[in-house]
Write a protein that binds this ligand. Structure first.
Ligand code: ADP
Ligand code: MG
Length: 237
């Protein structure tokens, strides 16, 4: 096995820089990925990328904002989890750096599903990850929040913490993901999402995924994304 050192990191950063966005990538192994992510994907038996993955991950690895549209079951979860793991890894993110990535999901069930995939694929990384979906006392969650690198949350609950938890700092945040944005908005979380975004640094990477393209999603995209790569995957006729 290759040793994981500064040399490897420098070469990984170079390979991401050199990644040609015009050439199609098919397998995860075609991407410049860290050893822990590559190993996590193999151990979970992910090899060939889905359409949304092969068209979004390469751009996201380079730090681009993503506006992704693809129906349920198309593999959106890995399309944002892989870039999160990689972009924090290349920045050598540690527990001392605090919250690096925030993932918003419309429901507890969806947040739990994302968290389970994160734990599987991210198992060889050293990041701390937490689920913030309510159900536990605010106090109990508060104590853990300050130590988390990656959080998967429902909008209402995370906003509660942003407003009330003093040691919960978001000024270092690198990535924001809004998964199933159409459902988040349909469920009436528009104001919460606006307020959450107000708490976050303006300079960040944002990925917005949605199964449908509604006016509300378009409005949210204009508010939250900067020159996004638009990736829409339609079913073959
Ligand atoms: P979406 O969020 O678009 O509804 P998911 O991310 O939940 O889709 O993925 C749907 C299913 O496809 C899951 O069971 C997941 O494990 C599987 N899957 C995702 N990506 C791949 C892949 N590259 N290869 C094989 N299966 C995959
Ligand atoms: Mg999904």
């Amino acid at each position: 096995k290759r040793k994981r050192g500064q040399e490897d990191l420098t070469s990984l950063i170079q390979r991401v820089e050199d990644l040609d966005l015009k050439s199609a990538v098919k397998n995860f192994s075609d991407l410049p990925l860290s050893e822990p992510t590559a190993d996590g994907l193999s151990a979970s038996h992910f090899k060939v990328m889905t359409d949304i993955q092969s068209r979004a991950i390469n751009h996201a690895l380079k730090g681009r904002d993503i506006l992704g549209a693809a129906k349920t079951g198309s593999g959106k979860t890995l399309a944002f989890l892989v870039p999160i793991l990689e972009n924090l890894y290349r920045k050598q993110w540690t527990e001392h750096d605090g919250l690096g990535a925030l993932i918003l999901a419309p429901t507890r069930e969806l947040a739990i599903q994302i968290f389970d995939v994160l734990r599987k694929v991210g198992r060889y990384h050293a990041f701390s990850a937490g689920l913030v979906i309510g159900g536990k006392s605010l106090r109990e969650e508060q104590e853990r929040l300050g130590r988390m690198n990656i959080l998967v949350c429902t909008p209402g609950r995370i906003l509660q913490h942003l407003d009330q938890t003093a040691m919960f700092e978001t000024n270092n945040l690198q990535l924001l993901v809004m998964d199933e944005a159409d459902r988040i908005l349909d469920m009436g979380f528009q104001k919460s999402v606006d307020a959450i975004i107000d708490h976050l640094p303006v300079k960040r990477q944002t990925m917005l995924f949605s199964a449908t393209q509604t006016k509300k999603v378009g409005d949210l995209a204009r508010l939250s994304l900067q020159e996004p790569e638009y990736v829409a995957v339609h079913e073959a006729a």
